[in-house]
Design a binder for this molecule. Structure first.
Ligand code: SF4
Length: 735
C-alpha cells in the first residue's frame, strides 16, 4: 500500500521540502511539500525527478551494495562482510596511528552528509583519533563566505531569510547563476518582481547567463575583478554622499583604512579594470545605495577564488557603508551550494572548526568540547584543509584517507595530482552510495552507504533553517547509514586504543541529534529547543532556537549589535588582486566553470535520469562566436583545452553568453569508475607531448575523460583555503 513520508531534497542549499510516495520497498513518486517554507510545494527539474533516481533497476546498476576490500594494492577488491571490513579498517587505523601518530590519518567528508553523520565523523577524528585532519568538500563551496562573515560580522551566520527577497527593493546577484543553481529561490525572485515592478535586479557575471539576461542591469565584468568592482561602487557611494555616516560611526570600525584604499578606485579605473561602462557602474551604485532595502545574493563566483574571502568582504563592506543590513529586505546573503554545508559547520566538521561554532584556537572552547565528549583534550593545531590534505597524501605525510560521500578524483582542482595522491596513499577508504564515481577506482575499502530516501537526520539550508530528512524505505543490499558505519569502526578502534570513555554506542540518529543540540547551549546557533518532536510537530525552523523559544530568528543583527567582541561590524581593507593564473601568449583564454540547470555535481545521481539530459546532452566548451571564427572552428568540432596541469577534450560550441577570450565549461562531466588502468593510459598517451604534462586526456576518442577541474589551479585563498576553481588560463588546440 502506498504511503507518504515528508523529507528534504538532497541536492542544493535551497533545502526544499518533498513528499515521498512509496510502499514498503519502492519509492514511486515525489512532489513538493506545500507546507515547507523554503519552497511552498514547488520543485525544480532535479528535485521533481528524485524518485527516478531511486528506481531499483537503476539502483542495482550504480549502487555500492556490499562492502568490498583488498589487502594488497595489486589485487582487485573482493566482497567482504561488514565485520571483516570494520576489523580491517580498525586494525589499519590503529597500526598507522601507533607508528606515525594521529595526523597520519585524514577524513575527507561532504556537505551532502546529514548533520548527525557529520557530528560522529567529527567526534571520531578529533575526539577519538586526536587529529583535526577532517575537512569537507564544503571547503570547495562556502568557506570563503564563512571566513568573510566571521571577519566582518563576527560569526558564521548568514543574516538573512528567503522572505527578504520579497521585501527588497534592489537585489544584487553576484557570482551566481541563481536561475540554474538555486531554481526555486529564483522563482521566488521572479514572483517578487511581479509584485513589485520597482524592484531592481543587478547581476554581476562575466557570462550573460539566464539570470543576467533577466536583470535590469548586467555588469559583465572581466573574470576575477569582483573586489575592484565593489571598491568602485563604494568609491561612488562616498563621492555621491550615499553612505550612512551615523550607522558607520555607531556600529562599525575600520572605515578610515578602507576609505584610503577605495579612493584610488575611480569609476574610470574600475570601468577599465572590469571591462564595463562607467555609467553602468554609477547606475548600480545608485540603485544599491539609495534603495529602501538592498539584498545581495552570491555564491561560487565569489567563493571559488584565491581571493574569495576578499571578494565576500568587499561586498559586505558595501552593505555596511550604506547601512543595508539588519533590516527587512537588506543584507549580504550567501547562497549555500550543497544541501548541508551549513549543518556540517554547525557540528564543526572541518579542519579549523569545533562543535557548536567553537573555535579550535580557543583553549576554553577546546576544553568544553573535551568535557562534552568525555576525553582529555582536543588537539589545538588546525588540521589539513582540502588542498593540503591531498598534498599531505601525495607527500606521504598522511597515510590513510577516509572519503565519505564525495568524489575528489573529479571535483578537486588539479586532478592529476589528486589521483597521484590517492595512488600514493597507503589505504584509501571510500564510503559511498554510488560505486560509479571516479574516486571508487582508488578505494582499497568500499563501504556501501544508504542515501536519500533511505536515511534519517537533519539538514540546514541557506537561511539557517533546519529540516528533517526521513527514510521512506530501507537501503538496498547491505547498505548502512553513514553514522552507523562511522560508529561501528569508532567502537572497534576505541577498543584497540583502550579509550572506552568516548561514546559511540548510539542507538538512534535522534540520540546523536540530542547530543549535538545540547552542545550548542548558549552558542550563537543555540538549538537546544529544537527536539525532533518539535521539528516533527511544527516543521522546519531557523536557528537560533534556544530551549523555551517559540520561533527561530528570521533575521540577525536587527539591533545592529554584531557578533564581534565589541559588537561592532568590521570593515575589511584590502587591495584587488589578480587571479593566480595569468593569461599569456601560450595560454591566452580564461576558463570559467559552472552548473547546468538539470545536473548536480559529478552526476552520480542526476546522471541516472534520462530526461535530465534533454536540456544539455553532452559536455561542451562554450566560446564566443568571434573566437570560434578566429580559430576557424565549426559547431561541434573537437578541441583540446590545455594548460600546464593537463588537458581535456570537448566539442566546441558558440555561445552568445560568453565574452571573447573566455571559455565556459559545465563542471558535471568526468570520468566514471571503470578501471584503474586509465591512469596508466593517460600517462602512455602523454609520453610524446612536449609540455611536461603529467596527463593527457583524449576523452572522446579513448572513451576516457577527466573532469574539467583537471585544468583548474589548486591556488587557494590565504584565509578560507578555498581553491580557485573558477579561473584557469588555457589554450585551444583544434583536433
Ligand atoms: Fe532541490 Fe534545490 Fe531544486 Fe529545491 S531548488 S528542488 S533543493 S535542487
Amino acid at each position: 500500500m502506498l504511503r507518504e513520508t515528508k523529507s528534504t531534497c538532497c541536492y542544493c542549499g535551497v533545502g526544499c521540502g518533498v513528499i515521498i510516495e512509496h510502499d514498503d520497498d519502492k519509492i514511486v513518486g515525489v512532489r513538493g511539500d506545500p507546507d515547507h517554507p523554503a519552497n511552498f510545494g514547488k520543485l525544480c527539474s532535479k528535485g521533481s525527478t528524485l524518485h527516478l533516481t531511486a528506481q531499483s533497476e537503476i539502483q542495482h546498476q550504480v549502487r555500492a551494495l556490499y562492502p568490498e576490500l583488498r589487502r594488497e594494492r595489486a589485487t582487485p577488491r573482493h566482497t567482504a562482510s561488514w565485520d571483516e571490513s570494520i576489523d580491517f579498517i580498525a586494525d589499519c587505523l590503529h597500526q598507522c596511528i601507533a607508528e606515525h601518530g594521529p595526523d597520519s590519518v585524514a577524513f575527507y567528508v561532504s556537505g551532502q552528509m546529514l548533520t548527525e553523520d557529520y557530528y560522529v565523523f567529527n567526534k571520531f577524528a578529533k575526539g577519538l583519533i586526536g587529529t583535526n585532519n577532517i575537512d569537507s568538500n564544503s571547503r570547495l563551496c562556502m568557506s570563503s563566505a564563512v571566513a568573510a562573515y566571521k571577519q566582518s560580522l563576527g560569526a558564521d551566520a548568514p543574516p538573512c531569510s528567503y522572505e527578504d527577497i520579497d521585501q527588497a527593493d534592489c537585489i544584487l546577484i553576484t557570482g551566481s547563476n541563481t536561475a540554474y543553481a538555486h531554481p526555486i529561490l529564483y522563482r521566488r525572485l521572479e514572483a517578487a518582481r511581479a509584485n513589485n515592478p520597482d524592484l531592481k535586479v543587478i547581476v554581476v557575471d562575466p557570462r550573460r547567463t539566464e539570470t543576467a539576461q533577466d536583470a535590469d542591469l548586467h555588469l559583465a565584468i572581466q573574470p576575477g575583478t569582483d573586489v575592484a568592482l565593489m571598491h568602485g561602487l563604494l568609491h561612488i557611494c562616498l563621492w555621491e554622499g550615499w553612505i550612512q555616516q551615523d550607522f558607520i560611526g555607531q556600529h562599525t570600525e575600520g572605515f578610515d583604512a578602507l576609505k584610503q584604499i577605495v579612493r584610488n578606485y575611480t569609476p574610470a579605473k574600475v570601468a577599465q579594470l572590469c571591462g564595463i561602462r562607467e555609467q553602468d557602474l554609477l547606475q548600480a551604485a545608485r540603485w544599491f545605495a539609495t534603495a529602501k532595502a538592498s539584498l545581495s545574493l552570491y555564491c561560487q563566483g565569489l567563493n571559488q577564488s584565491r581571493s574569495g574571502t576578499a571578494k565576500n568582504s568587499a561586498l559586505i563592506n558595501l552593505h555596511l557603508a550604506t547601512g543595508q543590513i539588519g533590516r527587512a529586505g537588506a543584507g549580504p546573503f550567501s547562497l549555500t551550494g550543497q544541501p548541508n554545508a551549513m549543518g556540517g559547520r554547525e557540528v564543526g566538521g572541518m579542519a579549523n572548526l569545533l562543535s557548536g561554532h567553537r573555535d579550535l584556537s580557543n583553549a576554553e572552547d577546546r576544553a568544553e568540547v573535551a568535557r562534552l565528549w568525555n576525553i582529555d583534550d582536543v588537539p589545538a593545531q588546525a588540521g589539513s584543509t582540502a588542498v593540503d590534505l591531498f598534498e599531505g597524501l601525495h607527500k606521504g605525510r598522511i597515510k590513510i584517507v577516509w572519503i565519505v560521500c564525495t568524489n575528489p578524483a573529479q571535483s578537486m582542482p588539479h586532478q592529476v595530482r589528486i589521483r597521484q595522491a590517492l595512488e600514493r596513499a597507503e589505504l584509501v577508504i571510500v564510503q559511498e552510495a554510488y560505486r560509479t564515481t571516479a574516486t571508487c577506482d582508488y578505494a582499497d575499502v568500499l563501504l556501501p552507504a544508504t542515501t536519500w530516501g533511505e536515511k534519517s537526520g537533519t539538514v540546514t539550508n541557506s537561511e539557517r533553517r533546519i529540516s528533517r530528512v526521513r527514510a521512506a524505505i530501507e537501503g538496498p543490499g547491505e547498505t548502512r547509514a553513514d553514522w552507523q558505519i562511522a560508529c561501528s569502526v569508532a567502537q572497534a578502534l576505541a577498543a584497540r586504543m583502550q579509550k572506552p570513555r568516548i561514546h559511540f554506542d548510539y542507538q538512534s540518529v535522534e540520540e546523536i541529534w540530542n547530543e549535538h543540540r545540547a552542545s550548542t547551549y548558549q552558542r550563537d546557533l543555540d538549538i537546544t529547543g529544537l527536539s525532533y518532536q518539535l521539528l516533527n510537530a511544527r516543521g522546519p525552523q531557523q536557528w537560533p532556537f534556544p530551549e523555551g523559544a517559540q520561533t527561530g530568528q528570521a533575521r540577525l543583527y536587527t539591533d545592529f549589535k554584531f557578533a564581534t567582541s565589541n559588537g561592532k561590524a568590521r570593515f575589511i581593507a584590502m587591495e584587488y588582486q589578480t587571479a593566480s593564473d595569468k593569461t599569456n601568449a601560450r595560454f591566452p583564454f580564461v576558463l570559467n566553470t559552472g552548473r547546468l540547470r538539470d545536473q548536480w555535481h559529478g552526476m552520480s545521481r542526476t546522471g541516472t535520469v534520462a530526461s535530465l539530459f534533454s536540456h544539455e546532452p553532452e559536455p561542451c566548451a562554450y566560446l564566443a562566436p568571434s573566437d570560434m571564427q578566429t580559430r576557424m572552428l565549426n559547431e561541434g568540432d573537437y578541441i583540446c583545452l590545455r594548460n600546464e596541469r593537463g588537458s581535456v577534450v570537448l566539442a566546441a560550441r558558440a555561445s552568445q553568453q560568453v565574452q571573447s577570450g573566455q571559455i565556459f565549461v559545465p563542471m558535471h562531466w568526468g570520468q566514471e569508475s571503470v578501471s584503474g588502468k586509465q591512469t596508466a593510459a593517460h600517462r602512455a598517451a602523454n609520453k610524446d607531448k612536449g609540455d611536461s604534462l603529467e596527463s593527457v586526456n583524449l576523452g572522446i576518442s579513448l572513451g576516457i575523460n577527466l573532469g574539467i577541474n583537471t585544468l583548474c589551479s589548486d591556488a587557494k585563498d590565504p584565509i578560507s583555503h578555498q581553491p580557485e576553481l573558477k579561473y584557469a588560463h588555457v589554450r585551444i588546440e583544434k583536433l
